[in-house]
Design a protein around this ligand. Structure first.
Ligand code: ATP
Length: 468
């Protein structure tokens, strides 16, 4: 008979639910039951000495303790979809209990455990872009001082529990990255590129299959609890309560983060105003449009002034005016913090991102500032010239041929000339502009315009290359 059944059975009897009697009093806890109340006999017919009721209470308390411990342990070792999987011996490791080493020990452990993964077949990346490869080295550079590093992060969604299969989905391949304070990192990619999975692994929502990230000296796979207190998340889907107002949401999440009344009021006054939600601060969120809900989610992610904030497509569904308010807010908010943002808007990435990463099929394909990416992967500059006569057109052609022989004439129709210039001539452009705007240019050219390759063109080019 299990301990549980025995204790509940005896408890039933003793509390008088199965026998008629005066009922069970607290005073009876340590008193033996009179032998005429439910006598108990062994199989050979001898009367059994029933222990005092308190014994059964203690057994039940022990049951609660054992089952609670078992639930806690199994929850760590066999987590659900969004839980973090700990090693079976996790409770023996000092790091789990918040001991065991300072930042440099954690960094050494991170490098020693994750750098060797790069030698394994499934982590090897062929034809890696030089900037991405350089970043891979930086992620494991012991002398570099950065608040966050990601090392050989890999996430595979298994098709079944019993091992690998061809149907497994490798959502993130072998991601290495360093993130700096005061900078916003914009992650770009098509649907299914692995952006949200990366965010989920870094924010502890889902455990990586391999690899790790270290944030302010704490490992994402070993010490997430330490990081969580310094982290804010705006998930892709709003997690709001229909019957709460923005103020109540801030009070709720502020309370969970132990904010004082004054701090909660500050967030309410300043941040709701920054994203233009002050007028509706006392309206239920069920009455909000998609864009308003996103703005509230962005504010919620900043509660408690976290040192690192993950924003998964924060401006989806926002009109251009309100999007700009959020951009201004983030520009200000990123100071002294790490902000990681995913977006489908090239324009947003170009404007907000100090660093931009382009992910294709779980792999980081390109990395750098917007200007760097455009110069490196873009087709260059486009110059459009308008002239009023065929004689002027001929002189304009001669002028361009003299100043920038690399310029390639793409279109010559109806008085306008369209040139494409490679990025290699970037340094010559100021001189070229000077000529166009000087007496020589003015004599022949009616108007002119210069435009650089957009980030969108870069993005499309990288996607095309990866899928060819
Ligand atoms: N829970 C899951 N189980 C199985 N496969 C998943 C799971 N979550 C994501 N995937 C797969 O992993 C890949 C990466 O998905 P992820 O959501 O990270 O992409 P994303 O770049 O964020 O896309 P989007 O821009 O649409 O949000 C996709 O192919 C997706 O189908």
């Amino acid at each position: 008979m299990s301990i549980s059944a025995m204790t509940t059975g005896k408890f039933d009897v003793l509390t008088g639910t199965t026998i008629k009697g005066p009922g069970f009093q607290w005073g009876d806890l340590y008193r033996k039951l009179p032998s005429n109340v439910l006598p108990v006999y062994s199989t050979d017919g001898a009367a059994v000495d029933v222990p005092v009721p308190a014994t059964f209470f203690y057994l039940m308390l022990m049951n609660i303790g054992v089952y609670s411990l078992l639930t806690w342990y199994l929850d760590k070792v066999i987590p659900d979809e969004y839980g973090r999987r700990y090693a079976p011996y996790f409770f023996l490791t000092p790091s789990y209990w918040g001991f065991g080493g300072n930042e440099s020990t954690a960094l050494n452990e991170f490098i020693d455990n994750n750098l060797p993964l790069g030698d394994r077949e499934e982590f090897r990346v062929l034809d890696e872009d030089e900037d991405v490869a350089e970043e891979r080295k930086r992620a494991f550079d012991r002398d570099l001082h950065v608040p966050m590093r990601i090392g050989n992060l890999r996430k595979v969604y298994r098709n079944n529990w019993f091992g690998t299969s061809k149907l497994d989905k490798v959502a993130v391949r072998s991601l290495c990255l360093t993130l700096e304070e005061g900078k916003l990192f914009a992650l770009l990619g098509q649907n299914g590129a692995g952006k949200s999975t990366t965010m989920s692994c870094l924010s502890g929502l889902t455990p990586p299959t391999a690899g790790d990230a270290i944030c302010f000296g704490a490992s994402v796979t070993k010490n997430m609890d330490k990081i969580r207190s310094q982290m804010g998340i705006c998930p892709q889907h709003d997690i709001l309560f229909d019957s709460l107002t923005p103020v109540e949401h801030i009070e709720l999440f502020g309370g969970l983060k132990n904010l004082s009344r004054a701090e909660i009021k500050k967030v309410t006054d300043e941040r709701l105003e920054a994203v233009k939600l002050t007028k509706v601060k006392d309206h239920h969120s069920s009455t909000f449009s998609g864009g308003m809900k996103r703005r509230l989610s962005v504010v919620i992610s900043t509660i408690g002034d976290p040192a690192i904030v993950f924003l998964d497509e924060p401006t989806t569904g926002m009109d251009p005016v309100n999007r700009r308010h959020v951009w201004s807010f983030l520009e200000e908010f990123k100071k002294g913090r790490i902000v990681v943002l995913t977006t489908h808007s090239m324009y947003e990435a170009d404007i907000l991102g100090d660093q931009i990463g382009i992910m294709v099929r779980g792999r980081m394909r390109a990395l750098g500032s917007g200007i760097r990416l455009k110069n490196k992967f873009g087709a260059g500059y486009q110059v459009a010239l308008t002239c009023t006569s065929s004689e002027k057109i001929a002189r304009a052609k001669a002028l361009v041929a003299r100043e920038i022989p690399e310029a390639e004439l793409q279109d010559d129709s109806a008085g306008s000339l369209m040139y494409r210039m490679p990025n290699s001539v970037t340094s010559k452009i100021p001189a070229f502009v000077k000529v166009l705007e000087g007496p020589e240019g003015k004599a022949i050219i009616e108007s002119w315009g210069l435009s650089q390759t957009t980030l969108e063109e870069v993005f499309l080019k990288l996607i095309r290359e990866a899928t060819d």
